[in-house]
Design a protein around this ligand. Structure first.
Ligand SMILES: [Zn+2]
Length: 395
């Protein structure tokens, strides 16, 4: 006896190998997919007639910075008016502006300000969301941010996975050497001790941290049982993608300046490429990631909102599907794979982002003709229903 059968549907179970042929029904038991294509008369506690609707795996937003206080609207306006990022940073803007706002907020305020952003992602069908720290910088404020992320995980109807963004920006007046030592000797062990994150991330960029800093943090993180990911090649190529891939990270994220030799390292090490068209769009960048080369090499391309207060205030997975197609040239099925199975891979999970038997029953029901509708219409789309572990999200 199944708990639930949704029939008269077009269920797309897995976009791993392109757009799959849809099946007509999905059966759920104990929050997991039990079977696909069962007859409408199979025994179940509940039957749901989808009236021909499309069913997709719940979206996995595998790269966000949505836990923060305040906003940076002024900075965005200044940038559009021609002020450079360097000038904004020199005035105390940029990441440090959010660091000050997070410093001035307590854990409860961080949760209250971040929850509406998380709910916006959920309304568009996100059932798993990764959230990074990285606006604390001091050990106490990083832990505060990670505890707020843990509380966001108690929201219900969504799975939250926390990443300690160990190296994001240098605190005012601090030297890189001293700061990296503090992260390795103090903050990382404290994060591991409280089990506040499953992964560690580093911003490897000329305006942020070096390849050597990144690798030093990864080494300590692995000793403490944490997985690793990296922000690389967003604004320049420091060799970060290659070094991170060779060290065994789950994913390299951004990749606008990634070259052939970096892609070869990703292939050799099974690294996921996480593309972030929201940041590319908001910063009005002109260098696109090497999508054709990644596709040809068979590197799994994930997508994410990168939801953050500075470079990607984009609280919409559906907008990301559209931008990935329009700006980066992803096909509709590649874009949906990017927000489902490939994003799951970037998080090291194989039981989400698909609806194959045994997977978590996280799925969305859409009145859309096919996945191509997402890369066609921008705005005005919402799932009819979102199910998380077999339970309907009421919102
Ligand atoms: Zn990021």
């Amino acid at each position: 006896m199944y708990d639930l059968i949704v029939h008269n549907a077009r269920v797309y179970p897995d976009f791993q190998a392109g757009k799959p042929a849809p099946v007509a029904s999905i059966a759920i038991t104990d929050g997991q997919v039990s079977e696909l294509g069962v007859g409408a008369d199979a025994p179940a506690h509940k039957h749901l007639d989808a009236n021909g609707a499309m069913i997709l795996p719940g979206f996995v937003d595998c790269h966000t910075h949505l836990c923060y206080a305040g906003n940076r609207m002024d900075e965005h306006a200044a940038r559009l008016a021609g002020t450079s990022y360097a000038e904004i940073a020199a005035r105390g803007g940029g990441i440090r502006a959010t660091v000050r706002a997070v410093d001035g907020a307590n854990e409860q305020e961080l949760v209250e300000q971040s929850l509406p952003r998380l709910q916006a992602l959920m309304r568009e069908g996100a059932t798993t969301v990764e959230i990074k720290s990285g606006y604390g910088l001091s050990p106490a404020n990083e832990l505060k941010q990670l505890r707020a992320i843990r509380r966001l995980g108690e929201t219900g109807g969504v799975r939250i996975t926390a990443t300690f963004l160990a190296l994001h920006a240098l605190p005012e007046g601090e030297s890189a050497g001293k700061y990296v030592r503090q992260v390795i000797e103090e903050t990382l062990p404290a994060v591991a001790e409280e089990s506040l994150a499953e992964c560690v991330d580093v911003f490897c960029e000329h305006m942020a941290f070096s390849v050597a800093d990144m690798l030093a943090v990864f080494e300590r993180a692995r000793e403490l049982g944490l997985a690793c990911r990296a922000h690389t090649d967003q604004l320049s190529n420091l060799g970060g993608t290659r070094a991170a891939a060779e060290s065994g990270v789950r994913s390299c994220d951004h990749l606008e300046y990634t070259r052939a030799e970096d892609i070869a390292a990703m292939v050799a090490n099974g690294t996921v490429a996480v593309l972030l068209p929201g940041a590319y769009y908001c910063l009005r960048e002109t260098q696109t990631p090497p999508v054709s080369a990644l596709r040809e090499a068979g590197v799994p391309m994930a997508l994410a909102t990168d939801l953050n207060p500075g470079t990607s205030p984009v609280a919409s997975p559906l907008a990301i599907l559209h931008l990935a197609s329009t700006l980066f040239g992803l096909h509709a099925d590649e874009a949906v794979a990017g927000l489902t199975c490939h994003a799951a891979k970037a998080l090291g999970r194989d039981n989400i982002g698909t609806l194959n038997p045994g997977a978590k029953a996280d799925f969305t029901i859409w009145d859309a003709a096919g996945p191509e509708f997402f890369t066609y219409q921008l705005g005005g789309i919402r799932p009819r229903h979102v199910y998380y572990e077999g339970i309907l999200n009421e919102s």
